[in-house]
Write a new protein. Structure first.
Length: 177
C-alpha cells in the first residue's frame, strides 16, 4: 500500500453508544499532493488580494455655482449637463433613439446658483477604466451657452475614494437686448 494512504475517522453519537461508526477513506498519494498544492495556491492568491469593488469611476462628482458675469449674482435654473466626448447633437430634442438613452440627465442650479453633478461608475472586472476629462455645458434662456472642461488634475478624492471636482464660480454672459 505504498501509493495509498489510509485515513480512519471515528464518528460517534454521544447519546447512543450503538451508533458508533468507523469510516475508512483511501486516498491516492497523488490526489493528496494535488489537493495540498491547490490549497496552498488558493491561500497565496487570497492573501495578495485586496477587498476592492469591481465598480470604477468613469466620471467625477462636480459641484459649483453659476453666476452672472456682470452682476456677480447667482443664476437659478441653469441647466448643467455632462457632455460626452462624442456628443455632437446640440440639444436633447434633436437626439435620436440610443443617443437620448446614453445622455446623462441634467441638473439645475438652485436659487443660490449651486449645482451638483453626481459621479458615474462602471463595473469592470478585468480591465481598468477611468476618466481623462469631463466637459459640462451650461444653458439658460437669458444667457449665452457656456461650456467648461476639467481633467483629473482639477480633482481631488473624497474620503470614500470618489473623484470630486469643486468647480467654483462659473460665469455666464447675459444675452444682449
Amino acid at each position: 500500500m505504498s501509493d495509498l494512504s489510509k485515513l480512519t475517522v471515528s464518528v460517534s453519537n454521544s447519546t447512543s453508544p450503538l451508533c458508533q461508526r468507523e469510516v475508512s477513506l483511501h486516498m491516492n498519494t497523488k490526489t493528496i499532493y494535488s489537493c495540498r498544492v491547490a490549497l496552498i495556491t488558493l491561500v497565496s492568491i487570497l492573501a495578495g488580494c485586496t477587498t476592492s469593488s469591481p465598480s470604477q469611476y468613469i466620471s467625477p462628482r462636480i459641484t459649483g455655482r453659476v453666476i452672472d458675469t456682470k452682476t456677480g449674482q447667482p443664476i437659478e435654473n441653469v441647466q448643467v449637463r455632462r457632455r460626452g466626448n462624442d456628443e455632437r447633437t446640440p440639444s436633447p430634442e434633436s437626439a435620436k433613439g440610443g443617443e437620448q438613452m446614453t445622455r446623462s440627465s441634467a441638473a439645475y442650479t438652485k436659487p443660490d446658483g449651486s449645482f451638483i453633478i453626481a459621479s458615474e461608475s462602471e463595473v469592470a472586472f478585468l480591465r481598468a477604466v477611468g476618466w481623462y476629462s469631463v466637459t459640462l455645458s451650461f444653458e439658460h434662456p437669458a444667457y449665452y451657452k457656456t461650456a467648461k472642461s476639467y481633467t483629473p488634475k482639477n480633482s481631488t478624492n473624497s474620503p470614500a475614494g470618489e473623484p470630486w471636482i469643486q468647480a467654483g464660480d462659473i460665469p455666464m454672459d447675459p444675452l444682449s437686448k
